[in-house]
Design a protein around this ligand. Structure first.
Ligand code: SAM
Length: 288
């Protein structure tokens, strides 16, 4: 007997009706409040799915399948299964044809992705691949980064401005909290950019596909301490750290212990420096 996991996968994304027909048939007008900008070119969704790396045996969680262009492309990879989390009920109905064609490899979960943990939904090895709704992209990413070692990787479409921040290096204007937190936990790479016109309807901004893979040995530091220290430091990014870190207590003492000049600014401190500050601050706070 074969099951979905062991059967050879032969899913043809083009065998189903064109995405434009699906949209017309189900009256799927795009809702801005839900970040609905669709990819209707199956060559493009195929490129994104292939850029997610080897998916053989992997269960993929997709957030926001919409009309299903990327979902179809993911089903055409050797992924074990796809679990797609969609908040808009209209798409859950429209995707039933894809569910039927996927022969047990596609499950649709109707939910707000902010309230579900992919680790609970999907067995390991697991990955997230998604053209994210931009209004909730950053909180979703932060949640996944907290358990990044539970994933083989995250391959995500962001607005380009967010992607630039994710990969920014110390000394650059875009280096900030998001850069530090993401690079602390993951190797982050921009794979390719897409112009606004690649989407229907086109958003106001360009987009980038970003791949995040877990760093094998991130600098040890507590998440809350890391978030607190980076918030204080970048909250006043033009100020010297001896000033911006005052809210945390003895800023000068903390910086001296970390070997960071008190006159340095947040944007000059590498990820490892923030991890040291977070560790020292938490140790000090624990003694108070
Ligand atoms: N994957 C499709 C594509 O590439 O054409 C659609 C991508 S569209 C940018 C974002 C999708 O996320 C929409 O289908 C939208 O309904 C869905 N969405 C928005 N907010 C969501 C949330 N909080 N939880 C789950 N899905 C959400």
């Amino acid at each position: 007997m074969t099951d979905a996991a062991s059967a050879p996968h032969s899913f043809d994304p083009h065998a189903l009706p064109p995405l434009r027909d699906v949209i017309a048939r189900f009256g799927l007008d795009a809702r801005k409040a839900l970040g609905q900008n669709f990819l209707l070119d199956l060559n493009l969704t195929g490129r994104i799915a292939r850029s997610a790396g080897p998916l053989e045996g992997v269960t993929v969680v997709e957030v926001g399948p919409g009309p299903g262009g990327l979902t179809r492309a993911l089903l055409a990879t050797p992924a074990r299964a796809v679990i797609a989390v969609e908040r808009d009920h209209r798409f859950v109905e429209a995707l039933q044809d894809v569910v039927a064609a996927a022969a047990g490899r596609l499950t649709i979960v109707e939910a707000d992705a902010l309230t579900v943990d992919p680790v609970e939904l999907a067995p390991a090895p697991r990955a997230v691949v998604a053209n994210l709704p931009y209004n909730v992209a950053t909180p979703l990413l932060i949640g996944w980064l907290k358990r990044i070692r539970d994933y083989v990787g995250l391959t995500l479409m962001f607005q380009k401005e967010v992607a630039d921040r994710l990969v920014a290096e110390p000394g650059s204007k875009t280096y900030g909290r998001l850069s530090v937190i993401a690079q602390w936990q993951a190797d982050v790479r921009v794979l390719f950019n897409l112009p606004a016109k690649a989407f229907t309807p086109p958003p106001k901004v360009a987009s980038s596909v970003v791949r995040l893979t877990p760093r094998p040995a991130p600098e040890p530091a507590d998440w809350t301490a890391m978030e607190t220290v980076t918030a204080a430091a970048f909250g006043q990014r033009r100020k010297m750290l001896r000033q911006s870190l005052k809210a945390l207590g003895d800023a000068e003492g903390l910086l001296a212990a970390a070997g960071i000049p008190p006159t340095a600014r947040a944007e000059e401190v590498p990820v490892a420096g923030f991890a040291t500050l977070a560790r020292l601050w938490r140790d000090g706070a624990a003694k108070d």
